[in-house]
Design a protein around this ligand. Structure first.
Ligand SMILES: Cc1ncc(COP(=O)(O)O)c(C=O)c1O
Length: 397
């Protein structure tokens, strides 16, 4: 017997993509460009190699599960600067939890938040659809029923929580929200975040705000965050956890380090789960991560580079495939009619790997899937490579 709580849900969009494209051969002599995975390829900040080397002696130590005081202070300092929080709102000792990247932590949020029953019924976990696939694992392995909220062009690419029936909200233990959203790049406004926080408090559920793309915004004002919404509502962080990562902010997806922030009771409960099941980030990585959270200059350069690539995309794609410049993130979410067919053609005729949008969505009982007509292309390579890739895409499709 094995635990089959994940049931009919797919584990990984990327293994499905490998199955889809396995039998298709890309044209010989054409360099392959992988836009399927959101793996930042910008040059990593020079300080990374330097600080790692300077701290090499620390490989001989078991790292503490909640990293170091300097790390937690750097995280609290960044949160305060980035979201304009009042001084003292974030206490590094009570409100910050080190994690080995947000992936595992978003999964573990289910273990932190989902009780055996809620109101004597099976708990629910709400999530946008399409969605980062880890959310469904976080829900299902914690024993909850995942409930998918369409995040389509009609809803501004964000889930409409106001439409969720009260019966479902009363059973809800946890809700995920990704802003800027993967894959559509939509950014939730402060009003949206505040309404959601009020809803969560009314129905007593926890919010997991996945803010791993929060530094990649292209709007006049920085994209708002969950704790910023709390600050505007008087500073109480009840029911809110925010998830932060260096993978996109500093282009170091291999440096497995991030943090969760929120009220002391939730951070304490999360620490307990991580004490059993979490990997503590090694101390040389923690020292490097500390320096990265303390520096914003490299992030501004990173953001400017993505912005340039959206300008290039706009020039090449114009208004074809429903192209739009998103408010955040680093993806193109292109309406190609049939995402799987387009992905196969792009691989077979242009050596471009993209992800069929349907692999990020869920097949509804009516057979519909809000991602099916889309492809997701990650603008993670340098400007010239992205430009080459988009020209091939526009020729083939
Ligand atoms: C929406 C979203 N959340 C979380 C993650 C996980 O990032 P990491 O574990 O590198 O922090 C990703 C990675 O692609 C993502 O797209």
């Amino acid at each position: 017997m094995v635990n089959n709580r994940i049931g009919q849900f797919h584990g990984s969009a990327f293994s499905r993509l490998a199955d889809l494209l396995g039998p298709v051969k890309p044209p010989a002599g054409l360099a392959e460009i992988n836009m399927g995975i959101g793996e930042p390829q910008h040059a990593q900040p020079a300080m990374v190699a330097k600080i790692l080397a300077e701290n090499a002696a620390l490989w001989s130590k078991y790292p503490p599960v909640n990293a170091t005081p300097a790390f937690r202070t750097a995280c609290a300092g960044w949160l305060t600067r980035r979201f304009g929080l009042p001084a003292g709102m974030i206490d590094p000792e009570r409100h910050i939890l080190s994690i080995a990247g947000t992936k595992e932590a978003l999964f573990m949020a289910g273990l932190v938040a989902v009780p055996e029953t809620k109101g004597r019924k099976r708990p629910v976990v709400l999530m946008p659809d399409p969605f980062y696939q880890v959310y469904v694992g976080g829900a299902a392995f914690a024993g909850a029923e995942p409930v998918f909220l369409p995040a389509t062009a009609e809803t501004g690419f964000l889930p409409d929580f106001a439409k969720v029936p009260a019966e479902i909200l009363d059973r809800t233990a946890l809700a995920y929200l990704c802003s800027p959203a993967n894959p559509q790049g939509a950014v939730a406004s402060l009003d949206y975040l505040q309404s959601l926080i009020r809803l969560a408090r009314r129905h007593d559920f926890i919010l997991a705000f996945d803010e791993c793309y929060t530094e990649l915004y292209y709007t006049a004002e920085p994209s708002p965050g969950g704790l910023e919404a709390c600050a505007r509502m008087g500073g109480d962080m009840a029911n809110v956890l925010t998830f932060h990562s260096l993978s996109k902010r500093s282009s170091v997806p291999g440096l497995r380090s991030g943090f969760v922030a929120g009220p002391a009771d939730l951070i304490q409960a999360f620490l307990k789960v991580r004490t059993f099941g979490g990997v503590a980030s090694p101390l040389p990585l923690v020292a490097t991560a500390t320096a990265l959270w303390n520096d914003d200059a490299h992030v501004a350069e990173n953001r400017a580079l993505y912005r340039r690539k959206y300008e290039v995309a706009q020039r090449i794609l114009g208004n074809r495939f429903g192209f739009y410049r998103p408010d955040g993130g680093f993806y193109l979410w292109l309406d190609v009619g049939d995402g799987e067919a387009a992905a196969k053609r792009l691989w077979g005729e242009a050596a471009i790997r993209v992800l069929p949008g349907g692999y990020l969505g869920i097949d509804g009982p009516d057979g519909g899937n809000p991602g099916r007509q889309y492809i997701r292309a990650a603008l993670v390579h340098d400007v010239d490579t992205v430009s080459e890739a988009l020209q091939r895409i526009s020729q083939v499709l």
